[in-house]
Design a protein around this ligand. Structure first.
Ligand code: NAD
Ligand code: MG
Length: 410
């Protein structure tokens, strides 16, 4: 069990170490070498970046999902500083990532793998009873009830890294912060959670221009610098749909207790509205190091290398309601959330296939929502709980999505 008051160095395993959240986490680990040591690092394919991270952080174990990349890493290690090669164990494949994540040697696991690939490693980490710093929202969207039932059973503390969920967490009373997955929002006077989103790069364009959106245009997010998948999700607002589902699981919220609002400046990271008319907002620079730092150091605070916001430089804070014709994915996701675990799992899988197809230019931008809609209409049954059921629906939804993409005519 994670003990925040324990004075010795905290051991960290970072899943998704070579990505955007991985980079932000590494800068915090670099800043706080007196508090954290790296036990393990996992990523998909980038052997050279992993080698650089090994040189810098000297982890005991690393894992690369891609077998060829793991072999390449071993070759680089053997040809480089020989002392390092004997100090680090290199694991490979899906099993290697799961083995590292679940080895029970880390005080905390930062879950920053993108997509469904992060689910099994995170469940393995939960079984060790460590702290889970959760960026990988897709894992929660796929498995919410199981995820929190397991966290409870094994004593794993789940802390949100997603900036909106970190904001909501910070706007809740301390009693609820310790109850992720089983909050009682009504009992502490919460009227509703106001989940904010920038609206992405196409919030102001003509709807007819959405037909011409290219991957390069979609990845160019106006505020946040992120990996390609979540950047496309932000442009369609599927990211906000996933976050709506994530918020419902994390804060045990009913559909009426979460409302999505577009806030283009992304200064307010989300809010909690109380029954007496008070609204608490968490405000700061749009920099993921802030929420990652809180998840790592909670209940303390630590420096994150992030400047405080200068209010005199902000000209306006604006808000608007999201429109269905511009953001069909947002509404598909919110509807799926009402239909149970099978639908949110299918939604996530269909979206992953659609986004990958858009990024490799085999699907137009406006096709993403059509693929997701098609898959949700084709899946039968609404319940799923055990991992095997979840993975079966995920696979079924991917096949349906791939077939639809192959036959897609706009
Ligand atoms: P990214 O594409 O930049 O990085 C993804 C990381 O996952 C990489 O290190 C990659 O190697 C690794 N990975 C992919 N598949 C893997 C596999 N099968 N096994 C092991 N590692 C694998 O993505 P990102 O932007 O860092 O996002 C990561 C997660 O954090 C996503 O779930 C995203 O929704 C969430 N998130 C990101 C941000 C952000 O600002 N980037 C904000 C909030 C939440
Ligand atoms: Mg977010």
């Amino acid at each position: 069990m994670f003990d925040a008051n324990e004075k010795s160095l905290k051991k960290v395993t970072l899943l998704g170490a070579t990505g955007s959240i991985g980079d932000a986490s590494c800068s915090l680990l670099r800043l706080h070498k007196d508090q954290y040591e790296v036990h393990g690092l996992a990523a998909a394919t980038n052997a050279h970046k992993m080698y650089d991270l090994i040189c810098e952080f000297q982890p005991k174990r690393v894992a690369l999902f891609d077998e060829h990349a793991a072999k390449e890493l071993k070759d680089i290690l053997n040809n480089g500083q020989s002392a390092l090669a004997s100090k680090v164990e290199v694991l490979s494949g899906e099993q290697g990532v799961i083995e590292l994540s679940g080895d029970g040697q880390a005080d905390m696991v930062i879950g920053a793998i993108v997509g469904a690939a992060g689910l099994k490693p995170l469940l393995a980490a939960i079984k060790t009873g460590c702290r889970i710093c959760l960026a990988n929202k897709e894992a929660l969207v796929m498995s919410g009830q199981l995820f929190f039932d397991m966290a409870k059973r094994y004593g794993a503390q789940v802390l949100p890294v997603d900036s909106e969920h970190s904001a909501i967490f910070q706007c809740l009373p301390a009693s609820e912060q310790l109850k992720m997955g089983s909050c009682d929002l009504a009992a502490v006077g919460v009227r509703e959670i106001l989940l904010t989103g920038s609206g992405g790069p196409f919030r102001d364009c003509q709807l007819s221009e959405l037909d011409k959106v290219t991957p390069a245009m979609a990845i160019n997010h106006p505020v946040w610098s992120m990996g390609p998948k979540i950047s496309v999700d932000s442009a369609t607002m599927m990211n906000k749909a996933l976050e709506y589902i994530e918020a419902r699981y994390l804060f045990n919220a009913s559909k009426e207790q979460v409302k999505v609002i577009i806030h283009p400046q992304s200064v307010i990271h989300s809010m909690v509205s109380y029954v007496d008319g008070a609204i608490m907002a968490q405000i700061g620079q749009p920099d993921m190091k802030t929420p990652i730092a809180l998840a790592m150091s909670y209940p303390q605070r630590m420096t994150a290398g992030v400047e405080a916001l200068d209010f005199t430089k902000i000209s306006a804070l604006t808000f608007r309601e999201p429109q269905k014709d511009r953001y069909p994915c947002l509404f598909l996701g919110m509807e799926a959330s009402l239909c149970g675990q099978a639908m949110t799992t299918a939604l996530n899988a269909a979206n992953e296939v659609a986004v990958a197809s858009f990024l490799n230019e085999s699907l137009p931008f406006v096709g993403i929502a059509k693929v997701v809609d098609h898959v949700l209409n084709s899946i039968s049954g609404s319940s799923a709980y055990e991992l095997e059921e979840i993975l079966a629906i995920d696979a079924q939804a991917r096949t349906l999505a791939q077939n639809f993409v192959a036959s897609f005519k706009s």
